[in-house]
Design a protein around this ligand. Structure first.
Ligand code: WTA
Length: 648
């Protein structure tokens, strides 16, 4: 049993939730009057244009509806309503990798968002419900674009800038987007990199839906323009009015789509709602980071992921906080970059991924001591399990032993935090996300729906709906039901299954044990093995392929591919193939899905019905002994042959 760290007393005294009694009291309230609990929050936290008629409609479960009948505008919640009290407060503090800085106040942000909203509405004819794809670097215009969409009721779908042209094309097509907003490019590791050429490539084929492209100039490198399609933001934005009427949105109208990987098939467009999503973004921002009026909050994610959506843009702005946005990598010009930014901006809450912590620990364990990090009050992690070593370094060297670490478990589909410590209340321990937030019914159950005993792994489920939950998969409601409500049941009723395994430890703390499906978590990014296999399978020399995750000291997991090759057996050919296959991956998906290891094998372990036994392949990749029964395999001898090939 690992050590418990009690909350910092001074922080607890000032915190919104000050101790475990208060936490439990809230949990009891939510248990006793579930709808009343959410009703109170929605009335207190959100500014409604028209009040809702019903808190929760579960008539058509799992297509739950929250706050039906209510009218709201998320951008008004994030900007307009703050103008009386915070118009001159910094909303976004942006730092370019090259050292450029921009500070945008709430009033300035309001004007910029309105201008862009008007441009989309008037010049590009974007209407409520239309989809707009954003393929942006980490510049303030990415946030402007998200909020401008929300202002006019357009549904944004941000595509991470590290995805390839092909991946971008898939998403534009699936969402049938009318407009793409992008940038010429940005800076990374001290050099310009380009995005616009990827957009050109993506739109070359099969994207007739997309009529216009808006380009923000950031690095001012030369790019090509398509007449009548491409517009330069910097040249035309000032022609638009700085006032714009917000669209009155139904509580359940979609706010955005965000594509994420599942265990099968292509990435799916996770659809989020307006009211429920923003309620939880704001509530968790306030309570999990305990942000105060004069604080500066920094989440290092990219806006292309859910963490960037909820904790760089929507959460901080909904509560009226100051959010930092950084363009580049943590190691430029050196490993002290983030720590120098914390010192410079007097950052109070800092939120990052275990991969980054491990990297900065390995590359520059002493770097933090050169900076004054005393402004920090709360540290957070997200995206993957954090190992005790990295946790301790973060706690001691970054937090000075006085900042609680909130290890937040959640997913693209949950919209915001689900299981996490509360900084003023929860005694924390390395490697545990601790307890569910009040109102969130996260449970670990077995295949019969019974809670698992302490120390035993089970399925991590959320057994009651919650406001910020995924509403559906864009264009594929059946897949939504099957993917999330098909595997686990409680009291005979389907419940939301996260895809993660977890267990209660000896103290009843929740420990996440990782995905139970065929999704790999590389540097905190979700990648479906099926997507990678589909790409590799396209290569003319690949007969069969199976991809699994393998533990990696920095990235959490690395991608390990077993390939049955046709037409070659010479080593030089294999080296060539490795390069070829990685090129293919980068072209079809992007750099994040590059293979860490490839083994060319004579066959794959399959059952007699042809199913690949991935658990065996996972064990082999980890060099673990095989515990599964292999006698049912079509050819049991293949296991030893593969093992011998992997041993070197
Ligand atoms: C994993 C990121 C352990 C988990 C917000 C989940 C975590 C997936 C944690 C979702 C954590 C997220 N500890 N594992 N604190 N947080 N995960 O959709 O496997 O990109 O299912 O959302 O990341 O990844 P996604």
């Amino acid at each position: 049993m690992s050590q418990l760290f009690e909350p910092n007393r001074a922080l607890s005294r000032e915190a919104r939730i000050k101790n475990m009694c208060e936490y439990k009291e809230l949990c009891i309230q939510a248990d006793e009057d579930f709808e009343g609990y959410w009703d109170k929050l929605a009335r207190e936290k959100l500014e409604w244009f028209k009040p809702y008629d019903r808190v929760l409609n579960d008539d058509n479960a799992p297509f739950y509806k929250w706050f039906e009948g209510g009218k709201i505008n998320v951008t008004h919640q994030c900007l307009g309503r703050h103008l009386n009290s915070r118009k001159n407060k910094a909303a976004i503090i942006w730092e370019g990798e090259d050292g450029q800085r921009r500070i945008i106040t709430y009033l300035q942000l309001f004007y910029r968002v309105n201008r862009l909203a008007n441009l989309m509405r008037n010049k590009f004819g974007i209407q409520k419900g239309d989809r707009v794809v954003l393929y942006m670097p980490m510049i303030p215009e990415a946030a402007f674009a998200m909020l401008a969409c929300a202002k006019i009721g357009a549904i944004h779908s941000v595509v991470f800038g590290g995805f390839s042209a092909e991946a971008l094309r898939d998403r534009v097509q699936d969402a049938q987007a009318k407009l793409v907003i992008t940038a010429d490019g940005a800076f990374r590791r001290g050099k310009p990199y380009m995005l616009k050429p990827m957009v050109d490539e993506a739109l070359k084929e099969g994207c007739e839906c997309c009529e216009k492209v808006l380009i923000v100039q950031r690095n001012f490198e030369d790019i090509e323009y398509v007449r009548g399609r491409d517009y330069v933001y910097n040249e035309i934005i000032m022609q638009e009015s700085q006032y714009c009427e917000p669209e009155w949105m139904d509580a359940e109208d979609p706010l955005f789509l965000l594509y994420t990987s599942g265990s099968t098939g292509k990435p799916k467009g996770v659809q989020h709602s307006s009211a429920g999503y923003i309620l939880w973004a704001q509530y968790t921002m306030e309570h999990v980071f305990d942000v105060k009026e004069n604080d500066t909050f920094w989440c290092t994610a990219d806006v292309g992921w859910i963490t960037g959506h909820t904790y760089i843009v929507y959460g901080p702005l909904a509560m009226g906080a100051t959010t930092i946005m950084y363009e580049g990598v943590p190691t430029f010009p050196d490993v002290g970059r983030w720590w120098s930014m914390i010192e410079e901006h007097r950052v109070n809450q800092f939120y990052t991924a275990p991969t980054a912590i491990r990297l900065l620990h390995k590359e520059g364990a002493d770097a933090p001591s050169k900076y004054d990090l005393s402004s920090l009050k709360v540290l957070g992690t997200v995206g993957e399990p954090i190992n005790p070593d990295a946790w301790m370094w973060y706690y001691e060297q970054i937090g000075g032993g006085k900042c609680p670490i909130v290890d937040t478990w959640w997913q693209t589909e949950t919209g915001g935090h689900m299981i996490t410590p509360l900084p003023g209340a929860t005694p924390i321990k390395p490697g545990s996300a601790t307890f569910p937030l009040p109102g969130i019914k996260a449970e670990i159950i077995d295949e019969y729906g019974n809670p698992t005993p302490r120390g035993e792994k089970g399925f991590l489920c959320i057994t009651k709906p919650w406001p910020s939950m995924i509403r559906t998969i864009w264009g594929d409601p059946e897949r939504f039901v099957k993917s999330y409500f098909g595997d686990c049941k409680k009291d005979g009723k389907p419940v939301y299954f996260s895809g993660d395994g977890a267990m209660y430890d000896d103290d009843g703390y929740i420990v996440i044990t990782g995905r139970t499906d065929d999704v790999i978590n590389v540097s905190g990014h979700r990648i479906g093995t099926a997507e990678i296999e589909a790409v590799l399978g396209h290569h003319e020399n690949v007969a069969e392929v199976a991809v699994v995750g393998r533990p990696d000291p920095i990235k959490g997991e690395g991608i390990f591919a077993y390939i049955v090759i046709k037409g070659t057996d010479s080593i030089s050919e294999e080296v060539y193939m490795i390069q070829e296959l990685n090129k293919l991956i980068v072209k079809e998906i992007g750099n994040i899905a590059k293979l860490d290891a490839i083994r060319f094998v004579p066959g794959l372990p399959k059952t007699r019905s042809g199913k690949i036994m991935r658990r065996i392949l996972r064990s082999i990749a980890k060099k673990e002994p095989i515990t599964q029964d292999i006698s049912t395999l079509e050819d049991p001898s293949i296991v030893e042959k593969i093992q011998n090939l992997v041993q070197f």
